[in-house]
Design a protein around this ligand. Structure first.
Ligand SMILES: Cc1cc2nc3c(=O)[nH]c(=O)nc-3n(C[C@H](O)[C@H](O)[C@H](O)COP(=O)(O)OP(=O)(O)OC[C@H]3O[C@@H](n4cnc5c(N)ncnc54)[C@H](O)[C@@H]3O)c2cc1C
Length: 417
C-alpha cells in the first residue's frame, strides 16, 4: 500500500474492464497513475476461474459486436486466441421441449413486440407496455429481456434498450482461455496496482482529489471512478455533496440480475458438444444452457431477471435445483445423475458489484450521459453504465475507460501551467 503522502496524477477506482482500459491509456499518455481495487483480484465482472481443469467465465464470456470490440483487437495484438464461430443460442438441440413450430411462434411474438418498440414506442417508455396482453409468449419475451437487461420489462426503458439494439452487431465471439483472463491479463507493465484497497471516501481539496482507503490516503490531480452503478448509488463510497447528481444518475441505471452456473458432466459423451437448449420456453425464469462449450465436459447455464433471481435470492443450491429440473425435463431423468454442480456466480450478493449489468429505468435514458460527465476537471466517471449504447458489456466498459482517461489527460494538460 502506498504511504499516506502518496501523490499521483490520476487515481483509478476499480480494476474491472473499464479500470484496466483507463490504466492502459494513462500509461500510454505517460501519466503517473495508481489503480485501487477493493477485491483481491483484477477483472471485476470479468472473471475466469479454472475449474474441473477448464477456464470458465463466471462473468462476461461473449465478445459482443466483435468486429468493433476493443478486446478482440487487444487479443490479436497480444497473441490471445479468439474463436469466431457463431454463437449456438438460436437452435434448440434436437427440438427438445421447444418444437420448430413453437420456436417460430415465439420468434414471431418477439419480433412483433420489438417491432412495436421501434415503430410505436409506448409513451411511458416502459418496455412492458408494448407486450400484447395475455399473449402465451410473454414469459418467453421476459426471459430474453432477462438475458439482455437482467430485469423484468416493467423496469426497462424502451429508448435505452433500442440504443443498444440498434448499435449491436450479430458477431459474438469467444476467447477459449477466458474473457476474464484476457481482460485481467492486460494491465500495463509498471502500473501501481493495489488490491484489497477499497476506496471509502473521495474528497476535493486544494484543487486535488483525496482518496481514503483503510490503509492510507492518496492524493491525485484527478480521479476516474469505475465502480458499478449499484456500488455508486449505495453510498459505499462517501462522495462530496457536489457529486450528488452523479449518485442519483447511478440510481436511475440499476444493475439487473444476471448469474451463471456450471455443471460438470460425469459422462460427457452422452451430450453433443457445442449444442444449446433453452430451459422451459414458457417460463420467464428459463435458463439458457450451452452444452459442452469448446467440447468441454461442462454445461454452462446463463440466467437473467427471474431466473437469476432464484440464484441470487435463494442461493446456489436452489439455482442448481432449478437448472437440474429444466435439464431433466429435456434430457430425461438420467441427466440428474450426470450433472454435477461445479460453480455458481453470486454477482448480486457481491457487495463490490451488486448485480449483473445496468439498464435504464423507464424515462431515465438520459442518466447515462449524466453519469458520464466529468466534474470540475477533477473527477471522471467510467464503467459499462456510462456508455451511450454499448452499456452492459465488457467492450463498452473498455471504451468508457479510454474516454475517461482521455478526459483526465486533457484536463491535466489544461491545468498545467
Ligand atoms: C453473469 C454475467 C454475464 C455477462 N456476460 C457478458 C458477456 O458475455 N459479454 C459482455 O461483453 N459482457 C458481459 N457481462 C457484463 C460485463 O461483465 C460488464 O459489463 C463489465 O465487465 C463491467 O466492467 P466495469 O469495469 O464497468 O465494472 P466492474 O467489472 O464491476 O469493475 C468495477 C470494479 O470496482 C471494484 N470496486 C467496487 N467498489 C470499490 C471501491 N470502493 N474501491 C475500489 N474498487 C472498488 C470492484 O471490485 C470491481 O473490480 C456479463 C456480466 C455478468 C454479471
Amino acid at each position: 500500500m502506498p504511504a499516506m503522502s502518496a501523490e499521483y496524477d490520476v487515481a483509478v477506482v476499480g480494476a474491472g474492464a473499464a479500470g484496466v482500459a483507463a490504466a492502459r491509456r494513462l500509461s500510454q499518455g505517460g501519466l503517473n497513475s495508481v489503480l485501487l481495487e477493493a477485491s483481491a483480484r483484477v477483472g471485476g465482472r470479468a472473471w475466469t476461474q479454472r475449474l474441473a481443469g477448464q477456464p470458465l467465465d463466471l462473468g462476461c464470456g461473449w465478445l459482443h459486436s466483435a468486429e468493433r470490440n476493443a478486446w478482440v483487437r487487444i487479443a490479436g495484438e497480444t497473441g490471445v486466441a479468439v474463436d469466431r464461430r457463431p454463437a449456438a443460442w438460436g437452435p434448440q438441440y434436437q427440438d427438445r421441449g421447444f418444437s420448430a413450430a413453437e420456436r417460430r411462434a415465439a420468434d414471431r411474438a418477439y419480433s412483433a413486440w420489438s417491432g412495436r418498440l421501434e415503430t410505436a414506442p409506448p409513451a411511458s417508455d416502459c418496455a412492458a407496455d408494448a407486450l400484447e396482453p395475455g399473449s402465451e409468449w410473454n414469459p418467453y419475451i421476459e426471459a430474453i429481456s432477462g438475458y439482455l437487461n437482467g430485469a423484468a420489462l416493467r423496469e426497462i426503458s424502451v429508448a435505452d434498450s433500442l440504443a443498444y439494439e440498434d448499435a449491436a452487431t450479430d458477431a459474438n465471439w469467444r476467447a477459449p482461455a477466458g474473457y476474464g483472463a484476457l481482460i485481467a491479463g492486460r494491465l500495463p507493465a509498471g502500473i501501481d496496482l493495489h488490491l484489497a484497497a477499497p476506496v471509502e471516501r473521495i474528497a476535493l481539496a486544494g484543487g486535488k482529489v483525496t482518496l481514503t482507503t483503510p490503509l492510507g490516503e492518496i492524493r491525485a490531480a484527478a480521479a476516474i471512478v469505475t465502480v458499478s452503478t449499484n456500488v455508486l448509488a449505495s453510498g459505499a463510497i462517501a462522495l462530496p455533496r457536489e457529486l450528488d447528481p452523479w449518485r442519483s444518475a447511478a440510481a436511475d441505471l440499476p444493475l439487473g440480475r444476471n448469474e451463471k452456473l456450471f455443471f460438470e458432466l460425469s459422462a460427457p459423451d452422452a451430450f453433443a458438444p457445442e449444442s444449446h437448449v433453452l430451459g422451459n420456453p414458457r417460463s420467464a425464469a428459463a435458463g439458457s444452457y450451452t452444452i459442452r462449450p469448446f467440447g468441454r465436459p461442462v454445461v454452462e447455464g446463463f440466467f437473467g431477471g427471474a431466473g437469476a433471481e432464484i440464484i441470487a435470492e435463494a442461493g446456489p443450491v436452489a439455482g442448481f435445483a432449478h437448472a437440474t429440473e429444466e435439464l431433466a425435463a429435456l434430457f430425461g431423468a438420467e441427466a440428474r445423475r450426470l450433472l454435477k454442480p461445479l460453480a455458481a456466480s453470486a454477482w448480486a450478493r457481491d457487495a463490490l458489484v451488486g448485480g449483473g449489468y445496468s439498464h435504464a429505468l423507464p424515462g431515465r435514458r438520459a442518466a447515462r450521459a449524466q453519469l458520464a460527465r466529468g466534474f470540475d476537471d477533477r473527477v471522471f466517471f467510467a464503467g459499462e453504465a456510462t456508455h451511450p449504447f454499448d452499456f452492459s458489456t465488457a467492450h463498452g466498459a473498455h471504451d468508457t475507460g479510454v474516454r475517461a482517461a482521455d478526459e483526465a489527460l486533457a484536463a491535466l494538460t489544461r491545468r498545467r501551467p
